[in-house]
Design a protein around this ligand. Sequence first.
Ligand code: GCO
Length: 264
Amino acid sequence: MSVNLFDIKGKTALVTGATHGLGMAMAKGLGLAGATIIVNGNSSQEKVDKAVAEYKALGIDARGYRFDVTNEEQVKTAIAKIESEVAPIDILINNAGIIKRVPLEEMEVADFKQVIDVDLVSPFIVSKHVVKGMIQRKSGKIVNICSMMSELGRNSVGAYAAAKGGLKMLTQNMATEWGKHNIQVNGIGPGYFATSQTEPIRIDGHPFNDFIVGRTPAGKWGDPDDLAGAAIFLSSNASNFVNGHVLYVDGGILATIGKPANEA
Ligand code: GCO
């Protein structure tokens, strides 16, 4: 048994959507723990380059690769390129995701499909192309970034909830199929975190802001850095017999029904 079960020094981790937000926070955690970080983003090369510079400023060995995780050809080409230019991918964090807050009865089918494509189909596509090498090497860690919406519904986020609920089951099925190759596939289910994605519902005076603070036993929005520990655990030998599990990092939201708004 290794002395430090959580040691990920020298491992290579691909984190999709790692140019900002929770993806970046988790990738920084893995990078500061000694992993080489492959930073994926798709919006622009400038954004990827800027993010890579931010990682490097922290002393992290980071390389940027711009590709669209929903496009199988691009994914296939990028994975081959990463593995020949950098190293085989030991850790895959399927983090890239989008949300559209629209009541279901008003939602355009194209928008619904786009959310499913990015949040559910892309973890399948990227994993499909990364896992082949992991199967050959008989080792690998895949972490799918789930959500509170893997367990709970909420007005206006139907497509996102359908995708994130599906991602939880995809995680269990990947664990089922790939466990025999010594590959562990788990999920992280972040609660409500202060990121650009939640910015529109986090503003002072927005009823959702008070609701979340009141609904969370910790009494606050999460700090993205709070996710690093779970990411390191599920990427390291410490989790070698943990498979198909979603680890919720939510300040206790899923443990409680909540409390009346005027109660301390
Ligand atoms: C919302 C939020 C959520 C979160 C998160 C919760 O509108 O309810 O944006 O969907 O982003 O995934 O775990």
